[in-house]
Structure formats: C-alpha cells, structure tokens
Design a protein around this ligand. Sequence first.
Ligand SMILES: [Fe+2]
Ligand SMILES: [Fe+2]
Length: 314
Amino acid sequence: MSDAFAALTHVDAGLEPTLRRLYERHREAARRVDWSYAALLPWEEGRDFRRVPWRPEQRRLSAPIYVAVETALLTEVNLPWFTTSLDGLFRGSLAVLHDFLRSWTAEEDQHSDILQTYLLLTRNADPQRLHDLRRGVIEQGFTVDYHTPIEVMVFTTIQELATRAFYLAVAAAGCDQDPVLARILRRLARDETLHYGFYRDVIAAHLQANPNYVWPIARVLQDFNMPGHAMPDFRGRMKTIARHAGYGPAEYHQAVVATLVRHWGVDRLQPTLAGAIAARADILAHRDRLGRMAERLGGPRGGAGNEAPAALLR
Ligand SMILES: [Fe+2]
Ligand SMILES: [Fe+2]
C-alpha cells in the first residue's frame, strides 16, 4: 500500500476540534434520550424460577420474534470484545476517540442487559438455555476484521445503522405480540441512532477534508457482515428474521446502504487518486446491485426506519 493510501486509513489530526464537537453533541443528545430499567421493564410479571420452573408454553412471543430478540441479545453480548478491539485500534490516535469509546461502552452495556432481563421476566426465554448461549458466544470471542481507525469506524457506522433499522423492524413486526417489547426496542434504536451519528459524521468530516477517504469506505461497505459467526445457526436466524421479522436484504439496501451513500454524498465526491476514483464507482455499483436484488425480492416492508435518522441528532 502506498503512503498516500496508508494515510487514508488513519484519523486526520487536524480534525480534532470537529471530532470534539461531535462528541459533545453526542453527550448532549445521549443525556436527552437516556432511559431507565425501572420505567421500561414489566417488573410485575416477575416470578421465582425455583418455585415456578420454566416451561416452553410460557413463551408468548412467536418463534420468529423470539429468534430476532435472542439474536439481538447474542450480538450485543460481544461488547467486551468490541471495546477491546476499538481500544487497541484507537491507541495512539486522538484522545476524543477514547472519550467516545467509554461513553459508547457504557451505553451499549445496557442493551444486552435489558434484552436479557426482558426475556427472563416475561418467561419468553428458557433461563438455562439463554445462560449457556450467552456464555458460549462470549467465550468464543470476537475480533473486528479491520486494522485501522478509519476502516473500523466505517464498519461501526454501518453496524450501528443496521442495528437501528433491525430494532425498528422487529419493534414494528412484534408490536401486536407485546407493546412493551416494541417500546424497549425503539428506545435501543434511539441509542443506536446516536452512535451511528457520531461515527457517520467522523467519516463525513474526513471526506470533506479529503474526498480520497472514499477509498477505505469501499472495501468495508462491499464486505460488510453483521458480527454473528459465534452464534449457533446464524444463517438460519437471518433467514427467519428476513422472512418474518421485517429485516432482510431489501431493508439493508434501503435503510442502510442507500442512506449512507446519500448522506456521504458519494455520487458528488471528486477524489483525485486513481484508486479512490475506482472505489467511488465501486460503491455506487454495489448500491445499485443491492437495489436490483431488493426489487427482485419485492422491496422493503416499511418497518426498518427508512425515514432519515438525522432528526434525533439535532
Ligand atoms: Fe447496541
Ligand atoms: Fe450502538
């Protein structure tokens, strides 16, 4: 990799004041959307598992919605590995990234907690099976596939936006089965929106300073996969969720990829390096390919939060 391209995978130190402003904006918005376990969880449903052991018929959620929530939980439990990876990748970079990482970890840490507490309180989950699954996923460990700060922040931008769209889709699909679950998922989606906004605008600031930053975006966007390899039957879960819980390739195209390409203004960027010019064309071709695939599948079903998520960030 030439020096010109290697530089495009690192944070531009001249943007420190901008990143600091983005972090302050995040702190302010996060204070406004903060939520409490006490208010969101249905405590009145809690019963002693020793006195009243779990039985399968106690599950009230349909199988696909249960799978979607369990999958969300088993994704969120990777947090210790995520924090470890990001901490290593940000080492030597700007202090503000470490400040954000601490806030982000504190906010994300609540997500697996509330999902697990919800599933246990409402007896939708078999407590022993959930315990085994959670422990097994964390024990397998997880490493991010990227090795530089910019690449990993492109990855987290996509992941946060995809998680937001996923929570909103499952909330819409599962609302009739349990409005309490829908409310919890929509609260989590607000947290993910703010995380997405920080990472997205860090990348946008780099693109504005130097449009050749489109180069690291291309590789990450074209290879993107949700972290889930450690989860039993990840592919089967994704199929079930696409078919019955409102989040599949069509939603990924519209609520994630097309939204990001539009926000970053990829079609208007004017990179100067040959590799970056090609990367820009690759991103647009990738978006269009996903769009054609989405059309063949019948288009998105509208629960994935296709509206611009910018409102919450202001
Ligand atoms: Fe989360
Ligand atoms: Fe998040």
